[in-house]
Ligand binder design. Sequence first.
Ligand SMILES: Cc1cc2nc3c(=O)[nH]c(=O)nc-3n(C[C@H](O)[C@H](O)[C@H](O)COP(=O)(O)O)c2cc1C
Length: 389
Amino acid sequence: MNETLLFSPLRIRDVELKNRIVVPPMLQYVAERGFPTPWHITNAGKFAAGGAGLVIVESTKVEHRGCGTVGDLGIWDDKFIAPLRDIASFIKSNGAAAGIQLGHTGRKGKARRPWEGDGTLSAQELAAVDDVDGWDLIGPSALAFGNGYFTPRALERHEIPDAIDAWGKAAARADQAGFDVVELHAAHGYLIHSFLSPEANQRTDDYGGSEANRMRFAIEVAESVRANWPAPKPLFVRLSIEDEAGWGPAENARLVRILKTKGVDVIDCSTGGLNSKVPNFFRLNEYGYQVQFADYIRREADIMTMAVGLIIHGDQAEEILQDKKADLVAVGREFIHNPNWAMDAAQKLGVDPTFSTVPPQMGYWLEKRARRGFGGNPSTWQKGIASDS
Ligand SMILES: Cc1cc2nc3c(=O)[nH]c(=O)nc-3n(C[C@H](O)[C@H](O)[C@H](O)COP(=O)(O)O)c2cc1C
């Protein structure tokens, strides 16, 4: 299994990932008053059973008021520890490390679920949300995300320490729930990113204005989390390396050099989301469109990075690692398409004849079928019975 980088283990602090394949956080919008449902276990579990080295549970809200929309998962109270533990242990029992993304929607809250249309929930839709009274849009400044979006309340200076503390408390709960990896969501225009951006943050106190002041919230969140997250466990941060709104690669590299000194181990390199304009680079809807940013941050800040965004094929993922553009590859929507993506990639790369990537209750039968041969390839390899392309 070690002939490829993709399937070689990676040790980060005291956690050993069995391979470099990560399922990134993906919101499911089906939690009930912040509590997970059987879907969350099924969803994370199938990716783990499909051979990923690390499965990161979706953006889970560190404060009740930080909920973005209907069905957000919560970690703002101890009552969530036990149900989240069920998810973490099921992921681990299927051979993957268990990660969780900590998030806070900030000014982008009260949004529709994506398949229900763009923009915010109507008054009627909001009235139907049973815990909406706990939601409260906050941001660094009272500036809306875009036309038609709600205007957040600017956090008062005296409220900021508690807002930071919420992240540390959430990390402690993630530890108690048995997660191996925590990722901070500091991308996509949500609360932490909005503090970084001069477009969203127009404060005049020590959390706004200069670049150092705008970085302060993110850095203090990382400090609070590190103080509450055991030293043997890795800490990831997801950043929008280019947001086309004043917070770009050079700014991020400067931030990451500081985050590294605070105990951050991996930067998950995403893009965009600060405002409702469609960034130019998203129009580059092509294979690996964000890999360049993982490469840049890795070189500029000398830190491990994770590449994400239209990484579709195993050989593509392997090339990213061989070219030293990233240390981990995250495969999101393609894992939705094929929850056994890692197993499939191992077969295509020819590194796992015994199907050891997946639990034996799966691998045993597939190895036996492959050994006997049936004159073709699995359904993920060819278009139909008459085609081998
Ligand atoms: C259904 C769905 C939900 C997502 N939820 C999150 C999330 O909770 N946190 C986050 O940082 N990104 C989220 N993303 C972005 C993904 O983590 C990933 O960065 C993006 O889909 C690009 O990777 P891909 O091309 O492999 O899917 C979500 C994406 C999808 C498709």
